[in-house]
Design a protein around this ligand. Sequence first.
Ligand SMILES: Cc1ncc(COP(=O)(O)O)c(C=O)c1O
Length: 304
Amino acid sequence: MTRTATTVWLDGHLLEDDQLHLHALTHAMHYGSSVFEGIRVYPTAQGPSIFRAREHADRLIAGAAAYGMTLGLDADALIAAIAATVRASGRSAAYVRPLAFFGGETVRLDPGKECPVHVMIGVLPFEGLVPGGEGTPLFRATISPYMKTPSRALPSTVKAGGHYTNSIRALADAHARGFDEAILRNDRGEIAEGSGENIFVVRDGVLITNDADADILPGITRASVIALAREAGITTRIRPLTTEDLAACEEAFFTGTAAEVVPIVGIDDRDLGGEGALTHRLRTTYTDVVRGRREAPGPWLTPV
Ligand SMILES: Cc1ncc(COP(=O)(O)O)c(C=O)c1O
């Protein structure tokens, strides 16, 4: 695998290159005790701009608090650090990966008060992160044999490193069976989400998605798409999703920062016949809003 050129900020300093030195006992590396974000920077007429910087910063800080991490910087400082790292990268289109993690130097499960908490920000090119790149990926999905971790075991609203072993296993299984993405069900058998995306269906012309009580990460893209749909007068319902919804829907799509809005064109042996009309409408609206080509309903773009 080739190395991805990454501009790295660690604990207030830009590193000379991407050579990050970590202690062998870094707690997060052993136990997944990190929280992270995935953020996009888009080229806009105002220059490179961070999409929904505030919401991502708030989610990271809330997730860190859930893990007992004190970051030593608030949302404004985090956004300023992200903007500085993006500027240092010289990129106008980028993927930003902030990560807060417990460092060394203990093998004890309880990191304890002495264990240092680090904040890292990586800025990398976006290309290649999603199949199809800037084109329109069309996903064939499969209902996963892997259950979505119940929130009473690990809270799904927290984007923690360790939680992602669940997604990694489900995605590997989907890929091994020739699918692009997995759809995980929760412990009640309801639809939860993809390995790294939320899911929407269109049924009888109504846009439907589930909520945090379905053990999902309530995505920022999901919230943006709901806001754009409501602004456009599209009837939108938030309720639990079932496998029956997947069998009966006219359209389905995934949402996520990296993938944006991705049409689901097949679910196991069901063929949904290409991108649906409502999916297309929401996808193009979202695509235009994130690139500043269409006005957002709020201050969603932060120029760096
Ligand atoms: C499990 C999971 N669900 C949903 C999402 C979508 O969240 P967002 O739209 O905030 O990127 C992600 C991506 O971060 C994810 O990892």
